[in-house]
Every structure is written in C-alpha cells, then in structure tokens.
Design a protein around this ligand. Structure first.
Ligand code: AMP
Length: 580
C-alpha cells in the first residue's frame, strides 16, 4: 500500500515522500481513505508514535484546495509543545501547496501576533483549548467555515480539565463539520464526547482498546522505599547510552531528583510547572537536541513531549492514575522503535503493577536491580568503547607527545592503561564497592490493593499491643503518599520499612503505626524533618482505632484521640490513601 493508493493528491504524496515516509502506518492506512470523504466522523484509538498526526493531518491538507479567509481545519490538542509539533508537521505536509497556511495558537505567547495572523487568513488552526476560547471570546476568529475538527489526545485534554472549553469551542463550529477524535485511551468521558458530538463515527483502534504499544517492554523492580533514588542511579548507570525520561509524582520531587542527579554528575534537567515558559523551552530544547541525557518530569509537564529515540522511560514513582502510565510509557518506542519502561516499586506496591497490566493488556517482567559489579563492568566497557572511538587530533597533540612519553617511560603499557582507567573510574568504583544489594523481597500478599477488608479490625496492628499510632501534620494535599511518608520516616530514623505498620494518608494529615520501642526515636527525628520543603510534626495519637477507646502510649490526658478529633474515621471510608 502506498500513500497515493490511499487517495491523496500528488502534492501531498510528494510532501510525505520528501519526509522519508515510504508506506502508510496502520492507523494511516485505515483512517485516511475515510477522512478524505466529505462527511466523516472518526474515532481513532492510537498511541502517540503510531503516525496519527499524519493520519489526520494529510486528509486535512488534502481537503484544502484554494486560499482561505477563514479556517477550514481546526486541530485542538492539550499542550503548547504538541501544538507546535503538529503545526510543524502540517507545514511539512503542505510544503508544496501555497494555499494551505497553518498557524499554531497557544497560551503563553503573544496573542496579538496570533490575532494578526488569523486576520490575514489561515487555512488550518492548531490550538490549545484555553487560548482558542480566548480568541473566540475576543471575536478574533471566525469558525463558521470549519469543515473538519480534530480533537487530538482527547483523553489528555479531559484529564487536564478542558471539558468545558471543548464544549464551548465545538459549539462555535458549524453542525455540518466532520469531527475526528484521537485518543490513546478510551475512558468514559472520551466515549461521552464521541457520543455527544459525532454521528456514526468510524472507530479504528490500533491494537486492542486501551492496549499499550507492543514495542515497549515493561519491567519492574522492587526496592525499599529509602533505596528508591540509589536504585534510579543504578538503572541509569546500567544503561550508559540511555536517553530517557524519568517521571516523578510531584513538582518538588521532580526538582529534587533532577538536582541530586545533576550534583552527582548526571546529565539531567527538571521539567515541571514551577518553571517559567522560557525555562521549560530551554530544557525541552536541550533534551531535543540531546545536550542532556535525562529529563526528569511530572506527568503534566511531559504531556505532548514528542521526542523520537527515547530509549527508556523510568517511573521513579508510579502515577496515581493508572491511565497516566500509558501516557508515560508511550513516550518511548515511537515510530516502530523499541523501548523500555522501567518501574520502581516498594514492597507494598505490587498490586499497582497488576492494575496496570490489566489496563494495558500487557505483562510486566520482574527484574533485579543490577548489582554493583555488573554496573561497573558495563561502565568500564562503555568507557573503553568511547576511548577507542575518540578521534586523535594529531596536529594539535603532536607537540605534547614527546614529554608525555618521557613522563611514562618507567611504566609498562599495562600500567599506563590501568592508571588512565583508574583516573577516570575510581570515584565510580569507590561508590559501587561500598554499595550493597538494593533488591527488596516482594510478598505475594501485596498483590491486592489496600482495601477496607485488609485494614479490618483483626489486623495485627489494630490489636498488637506493641504498636503505637502516630499523627503526622502533613497529608495528601501536601503531596504526601504512603511511599513518601515511609521514605521520610526511614531516612530520618534509620528504621527499616518493615518496622513501620499501617499508613493512612488523609487529605490534610496522616497516621502511621510503628513499634512502641521506636517511639522516642520517631518523635525526636521525624518531628522537624522535611517532606518536599514542608516541616513535619509528629505526635503519638491516643488511640490506634479512630473510633476506639483504648488509651495510647502518650497523651492520656487529652480525652479524645487525634484520630477522633481530626476525622480519623475517614481512614476506613476509602477517601484516604492507605498502605497495606
Ligand atoms: P505521531 O504518532 O504522529 O507522533 O508520529 C510519530 C513519528 O512517526 C513521527 O516522527 C513521524 O514523523 C513518524 N511517521 C509518521 N508516519 C510515518 C510513516 N508513514 N512512515 C515513517 N514514519 C512515520
């Protein structure tokens, strides 16, 4: 099958041939003939990397045959990065046609310039929802002649809260238009949009519904919470030519991981919403042109990142929403390439792997965090390869060589090699010779998510007289999750994660159980510790059961427990995020 077999006109075929596309991808093969018809609603379930931009972009360009005063085509996508990327692709697709003009309109850039471009006449608008709504309200854009609307990454747009904006935009376009919706996943909300705004859409799904890209290998590793960062470094060190995206849960965690990596000599930068647009552009450019090897990002900031050749996605922490895992992993293995999505879990998170497997309909492979020895071997090999490939600048170095040779005259070739390798490698070797095994044992019991039943009254901690329940002054609103709290406690006290019992994360505060014998240690060291820049206060609660009447170790004079006072009853309501 060729692009001209699909019915595209010759200038469009010429443009894709110029781009080096030889054959249509499966989504293009299925979508393009249908989208070339004048009335053609369409739902495409396709991951990024499948060639979906050309699947809608080529038919849109094909449909425009003369210069336009008002837009004929409208593409709406979630982020500025994706907006620019799509606009550039469309400019490439239409490079042999003068009448097809394309303009990207997105927030954070000069609206007047965009208004002027629109006024001059644009055939295809690529827009982010917020900015487009703004333009419509200012009456700076006339959508009455739109023939085709594309909703790209519809699931992302809904995730980001653009539902109302989309409703508003769609109501400003004519009823006669075609609507083409592309989404990696099909949650209820997206299906609802398809139902509300489309008539008899052709549904094309690349792979099974909600299935991940088969070129991605999903691998998970189990570590103790406090070893998460050390494990991340091992995964990076084990893959010396990694070009990767590291996902964290919060902006602060993202910043901290990137900073730590940077300080330790890794080529890494952070990308998150606390950065200004200019800073984000700078970081993205560095990543795109490979001046950095690792981009550490939040889910939101990484939306729309469209960089080919990403070899690894590393989930430093899993996302709260299972759907987000698909978006994360889909950043690798683009355009038919292979990629790995690596996941670090603590010993209580195995159930999350099961949930994701179900969602993506693919199995994870369990692997061990590489040993110090294997990492050293790989790093040495990589260094030797680099040395062998280094080009010698003969003319420049020539004048220094006699003196250097004289300096090394007393050493054999083997000794010289050893010294050079050591000069480069000693710090690395030192770090790893001291490093132990980071793998943590997973218990089969952890296959199921925390549930009311598992937190029931008969649980050991509830009845164990050796346990004490603690109140923590931070909660979910502060970005705290069970893993994060465990990390703080273990880091501050040196306790093993196994000595911490049940954890309940409430919206504004949290609780955890620990051995009575550790009370002093915990009160002294965890109180005053910081979580993502916020100071933590820890107290012993009076009762371990929010509704119970047993007295705790401390605080007998208070009458009511913290749990009672501050909504501890919620810990069984399912609103809290619990560990176990
Ligand atoms: P997309 O899913 O639209 O983000 O496309 C992913 C990558 O595949 C981009 O780098 C495209 O340039 C490339 N691509 C799209 N269609 C084809 C094709 N038919 N042949 C080769 N590469 C393609």
């Amino acid at each position: 099958m060729t692009f001209s077999d699909l019915g595209l006109r010759s200038q469009v075929v010429k443009a894709v041939t110029d781009m080096g596309f030889e054959q249509p991808t499966p989504i293009q093969e299925k979508a393009i003939p249908h989208l070339l018809k004048s009335k053609s609603d369409f739902v495409g379930l396709a991951q990024t990397g499948t060639g979906k931009t050309a699947a809608f972009g080529l038919p849109l360009v094909h449909r425009i045959t003369s210069s336009q005063r008002f837009p004929k085509g409208l593409i709406i996508c979630p982020t500025r990065e994706l907006c620019l990327q799509i606009a550039n692709d469309l400019k490439d697709f239409s490079k042999h046609e003068k009448s097809v003009t394309v303009e990207a309109v997105y927030g954070g850039s000069d609206i007047r310039r965009q208004m002027k471009a629109i006024k001059d006449g644009v055939a295809i608008i690529v827009a982010t929802p917020g900015r487009l709504v703004d333009l419509i309200k200012r009456k700076a854009i006339n959508l009455s002649e739109v023939e085709g609307v594309v909703l790209d990454e519809a699931d992302e747009m809904l995730n980001m809260g653009f539902k109302e904006d989309l409703d508003y935009i769609l109501s400003a376009t004519p009823d006669s238009k075609s609507t083409w919706l592309f989404s990696a996943t099909m949650p209820k909300e997206v299906a609802q949009i398809a139902k509300n705004y489309m008539t008899d859409p052709l549904e094309v799904s690349i792979g099974t519904k909600n299935q991940g890209n088969e070129n991605i290998e999903h691998i998970y590793f189990a570590v103790k919470e406090r070893d998460r960062y050390a494990a991340l470094k091992r995964l990076i060190d084990f893959n010396p030519s990694i070009f990767g995206l590291v996902f964290c849960r919060t902006r602060r965690e993202t910043q901290q991981v990137a900073e730590k990596l940077g300080k330790e000599g890794y080529s890494a930068e952070a990308l998150h919403g606390d950065l200004s647009q200019a800073q984000r552009d700078r970081v993205m450019n560095m990543f795109r042109n490979r001046s950095i090897q690792l981009l550490v990002a939040t889910d939101v900031a990484a939306r729309g990142i469209d960089v080919d050749d990403i070899t690894h996605v590393i989930n430093y922490n899993l996302p709260d929403e299972v759907e987000n895992y698909t978006h994360r992993s889909g950043r690798t293995a683009r355009a038919g390439r292979k990629g790995e999505s690596l996941v670090l879990i603590n010993t209580r998170e195995k159930y999350k792997i099961k949930q994701i497997e179900k969602k993506i309909n693919q199995k994870f492979v369990f692997a061990e965090i590489p040993s110090a020895e294997s990492i050293c071997a790989i790093q040495l090999e990589s260094m030797i390869e680099k040395v062998k490939e280094t080009k010698v600048n003969e003319s420049e170095i020539e004048k220094f060589i006699p003196a250097i040779i004289e300096d090394f005259a007393d050493l054999s070739k083997e000794e010289v090699i050893k010294k050079f390798v050591s000069a480069e490698f000693n710090r690395f070797l030192d770090y790893y010779t001291k490093a132990g095994d980071l793998n943590a044992k997973l218990s089969d019991k952890e296959d199921a998510p925390p549930s009311k039943g598992r937190q029931g009254r008969n649980r050991r901690e509830d009845t164990d007289p050796n346990k004490t329940r603690f109140f923590v002054s931070l909660g979910e609103k502060d970005g705290l999750n069970p893993g994060g709290l465990l990390r703080v406690i273990c880091d501050a006290t040196g306790l093993k994660s196994s000595s911490i019992g049940r954890i309940d994360i409430m919206p504004a505060f949290s609780f955890f159980d620990a051995d009575k014998s550790d009370v002093d240690n915990i009160l002294r060291k965890v109180s005053g510790a910081e979580f993502e820049g916020k100071r933590i206060n820890v107290e012993v609660t009076e009762s371990k059961k929010p509704s119970g009447n047993r007295r705790g170790v401390h605080g007998g004079s208070r009458g009511r427990s913290r749990g009672d006072n501050r909504g501890g009853g919620n810990s069984r309501s399912g609103r809290s995020r619990s560990r176990r």
